[in-house]
Design a protein around this ligand. Sequence first.
Ligand code: ATP
Length: 217
Amino acid sequence: MKKIAYFGGTFDPVHKGHLTIGRSLVKLFGLDRFFFLPAFHAPHKPDRPPTSGYHRYAMLCLATCDEQNISVSTLELDKREKRYTIDTLAEIKALHPGSKVFFVMGADSWTDIRTWHDWENLLLSHNHIVVTRPGYEIGFSHVTAGVRERIVDLRNGSTDSAQLTHANPRIYVTDIALIDVSATEIRQDIATDDILDNSDAVPAEVAKYIEKYELYN
Ligand code: ATP
């Protein structure tokens, strides 16, 4: 059975934290394909309209062009409207019949999960991978007992393959990719100094693209 993961986010811009998550999860779960899934407009982030989907998509393609198992999905951008993850996941499942599909989210998304549309149903009816992030605690008290029963904690080096082969949907928690970088920091850096201070934060091609198209100044 093929294993496929979709990582939803704004990716404004994609950075090395996101890429490390992709590479690490491909290895840990033996994924056949890992897709970045840029949102047309994240429904739970109403405060700041994201940069055009064309730019965010282009940066993701530049960042992943040499990655054999990592691709970019246009599924949400193509809809040109806000999408709820539970609706997108139903479409994704239909696109990959017979495959095991995982939805990937970061620690901050996990903390805010109760603000997501139909969140309990979303968590119970699909496989999820929650990736911890420096500076964020992963708690479980905000979800229901039924959801807590589905959690498989892979932190602290626990990568026993038997834990990765559940037939029913599970919520896997992993600390496999701990990179302290955020898109907000990158945008602020450029807005204040006109230049990306931490040149390690994004791949070189993405840094060039940001400069060429004068994003975030
Ligand atoms: P912003 O600072 O604008 O919120 P971000 O860096 O969190 O951006 P998003 O596009 O919002 O990037 O991230 C998509 C997903 O990736 C989110 O679930 C987020 O939690 C997760 N994520 C982002 N950066 C990291 C990181 N360094 N480590 C682990 N998860 C991360």
